[in-house]
Every structure is written in structure tokens, then in C-alpha cells.
Design a protein around this ligand. Sequence first.
Ligand code: MRU
Length: 368
Amino acid sequence: MKVNGNHYHSIWYDKNLDQVKIIDQRLLPYEFEIITVETLEEFETAIKDMAVRGAPLIGATAAFGIARQMLRDHSNKNLDLSWDRLNQTRPTAINLKWALDRCRNHLLNIPLTDRGYEAMQLAIEIANEDVEINKKIGLNGLEIIKSISKKKPKGEPIRLLTHCNAGWLATVDWGTATSPMYQAHNLNIPIHVWVDETRPRNQGALTAWELKSHGISHNYITDNAGGHLMQHGLVDMVIVGTDRTTSRGDVCNKIGTYLKALAAKDNNIPFYVALPSPTIDWTIEDGINEIPIEERSESEVSLIQGKDNTGVISKLKVTPEGTIGSNPAFDVTPAKLITGLITEKGICEASSNGLQKLFPQNNQKDCR
Ligand code: MRU
């Protein structure tokens, strides 16, 4: 998507410089800075510290990480070591393992001397596929927005609520939950987005930054405001992303998503999840008991980052001395609370049947 009139992906290979570039999301929405990632340590840190984040982007970054390591040392030993270290960076988003497995399975069949080149080609392919998947999710989600728009007085905006950042910054381009918004906006269908702040890391500020760059009407709201807005008829649809969706349609996403789904159910508001197929974990069913939930540093809760009035990005302590925060980063929304899953293959019910119909080739038992 565009930043100051220039089109960017969130990660790319600069062929002229022979470098992998990322947008450093730790500095957004305050500063737009592009950095180079090269060594295994730099790739690990970029993912762990959330310079890159969002399930699809984490997967694509890992693929580029493997590619850079294969250029230096294309041995099986280094392939396994890179796989292991990158796989440990973040535990919840399944796209990480999906991308690493895809790279390793492919490269093990490639002669050693060709691995460096092949690994980079595959990383580029994974990134390009992500763009295509998200574009299709947007077109499928657009149909839902259009059908809601038909029921509204002409010219009145469709009000969508989203949590975290499932935008183009969380993917390679388009985003998942934001893709239908961009598609609708491009067709001049009026929309307004309620953007959840998403403490503790405030990924809502990234969503707001994206929407602002594209001229999409939005308000940044506290995480606790959504239920109130729903009770007062101010939300037409909730749409969120996912870090891992089980074979029966349970959705793991940023902490707080579950509460939004409960409030949506209580208020009869459709709750959709934008789901790219690499985010489906076909090997598990029960999201609550089987998905590992990342526990991040307590300092993300007890300190809050912002830009002070001298223009410096700084952190402020919000808790009293001696109080320790607790920071589970994701939660699971059971399938029964989800109106539908918007995938690149179409929209389905959040259930084993629904997913199997769209992805018949994925038999869960074969994948174990
Ligand atoms: O901790 P983050 O910022 O990586 O979490 C991101 C999310 O929870 C997104 O909603 C999810 O990855 C979907 S991104 C298309």
C-alpha cells in the first residue's frame, strides 16, 4: 500500500543492493524507517522484538531469513539450525512454522550449490503469494460490506470495528481484516472504522496510521469501548485477523479479540475473521487447549510507549513500583462465536465442515 504516495510492501528483497529490507514497526506510527536484516540474529530479533509482526509477515520474514542463511552456508546443518532458531522466535502464529517447513521441505530436494538462489526465489514466492491471498480475501469480504451497505440509507457509512493490526503492515500487502476495507474504499463505498487501541503494544495505532494514509474515516478507541458502541447500534460488523485457526474454526488472535466476539454475539452483530489459508493449523481442533499462547514481557504492560511533546519516542511507567504486569499476548475465540471465516477461497462457516468444503485437500489426520 502507499506511504506518502510511494507503494511499499512490509518486506522486500532489494535486488540492486542484494539486501532484505523491512519497515521497522517498532517506530511506527511516529517514524517511518526502513532497515536491512541480514544475519540470523537480526532476523530473530526483528521477529521477537516485533520490528516485523502479524502472522503472515512473520512467516514471510522467516522465509527470507532462511534465504539469507542459505547464501552463507547451504549445509543441511545450517538449514536445521536456522529453522530451529527462527521457529523459536514467536510461538503462536502458525504461519511461522508453515513458512519454515515449506522452505526446508523444498530445499532438502535442491542440490547444495543451488540452495542460496532457490531459497531466495521461494521467499519471494511466499511473499508474492501472500499479497495475492490477501487481495482475494479483500474481494470476498467486500461482498459482505456490499450486502450490509444495501440495508443502510444511501450514503451512510458502514461502521466496522477491528482489533489489533491485521493490516498491510501485518502481511506483505493489503492486510487481511483491512483488505475488504481498502477494496470498499477504492469503490467509494463509505465506511468508518472503529480502531481498538489494543494494549499493551497499541497495534491499533498502526491500523490508524494505515487508514489515515489511505484517507479512510476512522476513530481510535480504547479497548473497552467496543461493547458500548455495539449496544448503541454504532457497529455494523466486526472484522479481525487471526494468528492460528484450528481445523474446526476456533480462532486465536490478539488478546481481547474474544471479548469483542462475546459483545458482538450479545448484540447480534456479525463477527468475521479474515483468514489466509497458511494460518490454518490442520493438526489441531481445540484452540483453547491446544494453541500455545505467547507470554510476553511484563514491561510491555507496565510501560507505555508514545511520543512526548519534544518529539522523542519514550516509555512511561503506568504501574506503581512493585506491581508486576502479566502479559498473555493472544486469546482464543471459539468457533461458535464467529459468523464466518473470510478466506482467499471464499467465505465459510467456522467449522470443520466449512473449512473442509473450501480446502478439501487438507485432511487433518494426514497432516499430523
Ligand atoms: O503480536 P502481533 O502484533 O504479531 O499480533 C498480530 C495479530 O494478532 C493479528 O491480528 C494477526 O497476526 C493477523 S495479521 C493479518
